[in-house]
Write a protein that binds this ligand. Structure first.
Ligand code: C5J
Length: 221
């Protein structure tokens, strides 16, 4: 039976047998001082503020027994999966692969690349290392979701207009119905978050739906 979730631009019909949660890049590299986000000059405290909400959303999916996918933006230690165009962009003192206070920035297996403890995956949950911004680019996430019969994705994580939006757009193009939980995502730029929520839901939900966690919780019961 479908569950109607109060959402923008109109109710999202959640199918408990076909839904999964995609938690995007809740990594120390983006959320903690000394990581990749910080090295680019961003205020990471904005992202820290959503951690309890993301945790609660993960808890809701665990309670329901619904699948959860966690992603990490990461590169192989030899950076063979990091296009030079990505590494060289910007004028940061530290670039991808350089040693920072939490190890090499955005490199798989380094302390800073880990998902923060509060949102850490547990056994049975899917963990995807992705070299791009989007979760489908150069990963096997689609076949893992297909194996579970997932056709709907609820999104959370950071940052709203970069990896979350890219992943949601990739999912939309692949035929998934997508709902972004508004207060379980954040950007280093408040106006970019607001613009992203607006553009995803414009034109009758051109990319998908958005809803606050409270409305999702209320619907799920
Ligand atoms: C960024 C991400 N912002 N996870 N990555 O570079 O959004």
């Amino acid at each position: 039976m479908m569950i109607a979730v109060k959402a923008s631009p109109y109710a999202f019909k959640l199918d408990p047998n076909k839904v999964a949660l995609a938690v995007i890049d809740m990594q120390r590299d983006f959320v903690e001082p000394g990581g990749f986000g910080d090295s680019l000059g961003n205020d990471v405290s904005r992202l820290q503020a959503i951690v309890p909400t993301v945790q609660a959303l993960i808890g809701l999916f665990r309670q329901q027994g619904w699948p959860i996918v966690h992603t990490r933006e990461s590169h192989l230690p030899d950076l063979s999966d990091c296009p030079p165009a990505k590494r060289n962009r910007g004028d940061a003192a530290l670039r991808i692969g350089d040693a920072g206070p939490m190890g090499r920035l955005l490199v798989r297996g380094e302390p800073g690349n880990a998902i923060i403890d509060e949102c850490a995956p547990i056994e049975g949950e899917i963990v995807i290392d992705k070299p791009g911004k989007g979760m489908f680019c150069a990963t096997d996430v689609q076949s893992q979701l297909d194996a579970l019969g997932v056709t709907q994705l609820v999104f959370a994580g950071v940052t709203t207009e970069v990896c979350v939006q890219t992943s949601m757009r990739e999912a939309n193009d692949r035929g998934y119905e997508c709902l972004l939980v508004e207060d379980a995502t954040e950007s280093y730029f408040a106006d970019f978050k607001a613009a992203t929520l607006a553009m995803l839901t414009a034109q009758g939900g051109i990319v998908g739906w958005t809803a606050p966690l409270a409305d999702l919780k209320e619907a799920v019961g």
